[in-house]
Design a protein. Structure first.
Length: 214
């Protein structure tokens, strides 16, 4: 589940990096990168279907290994240009991923998961805040960073929701009760965002990183 996706991503990413080093045209470079992404996905699907007993490979790890492989083989200037050109595609892709996670979601699952929903929100917030504070203190960062960094980390990211979706898919059929609870945490992300975005904004303001007009 871990090492094979990394191997697949690196195996496709390295030749992609060699090709990108020889390409100067920005549009062609993006097309080559997209071809590499599709090739990585295709290899993963084939391995899931014919090599693994069940679909368990983590495609996010494949993407991370693929990106790390080719991005370390090209110049920073070329990487910046490719990233800038690819950002609109990435934005649309993230929207599709989030919609795919939310489409089958019953928001009554928040209440169906019961206490786990609120435990999830509270424990995640505590881990983010106190973990960031401890890390900032150990590394000797500024007092403002120690106090407010954790607040700015409270909003959810697409990555965490994707991993939650992977957990739901993996457990479906074998543990329906756990699946229902985890689905509840996806719905809990909606509640969390209402609180977390406000908390993050206040954290930035208190740290003096943003100034609001009055």
């Amino acid at each position: 589940m871990i090492f094979l996706p990394l191997l697949i991503g690196a195996a496709v990413g390295i030749p992609t990096g060699y090709i990108l080093k020889k390409i100067k045209n920005e549009k062609k470079a993006v097309l080559v990168m997209l071809a590499g992404v599709l090739a990585t996905s295709a290899v993963g699907i084939i391995c899931n279907k014919y090599l693994m007993p069940s679909p368990v490979l983590n495609f996010m790890l494949m993407g991370m290994a693929f990106s790390a492989a080719f991005s370390n083989m090209i110049t920073e200037e070329q990487l910046e240009k490719i990233t800038k050109a690819f950002n609109p595609i990435l934005g649309i892709s993230m929207i599709i991923v989030i919609l795919n996670l939310g489409a089958p979601l019953n928001y009554h699952a928040v209440f169906g998961a019961g206490i786990y929903t609120f435990v999830y929100i509270a424990v995640r917030a505590a881990g983010k805040y106190f973990g960031a504070r401890l890390g900032a203190r150990v590394t000797g960062l500024d007092e403002k960073v120690q106090k407010y960094l954790g607040l700015t980390l409270l909003p959810h990211s697409g990555v965490s929701l994707v991993f939650t979706g992977i957990a739901v898919t993996t457990l479906s059929g074998s543990s329906d009760e756990c699946t229902q609870i985890i689905r509840g945490t996806i719905a809990a992300a909606v509640i969390n965002e209402i609180i977390a975005v406000i908390a993050a904004k206040k954290g930035f303001e208190a740290a003096g990183e943003i100034i609001t007009e009055k």
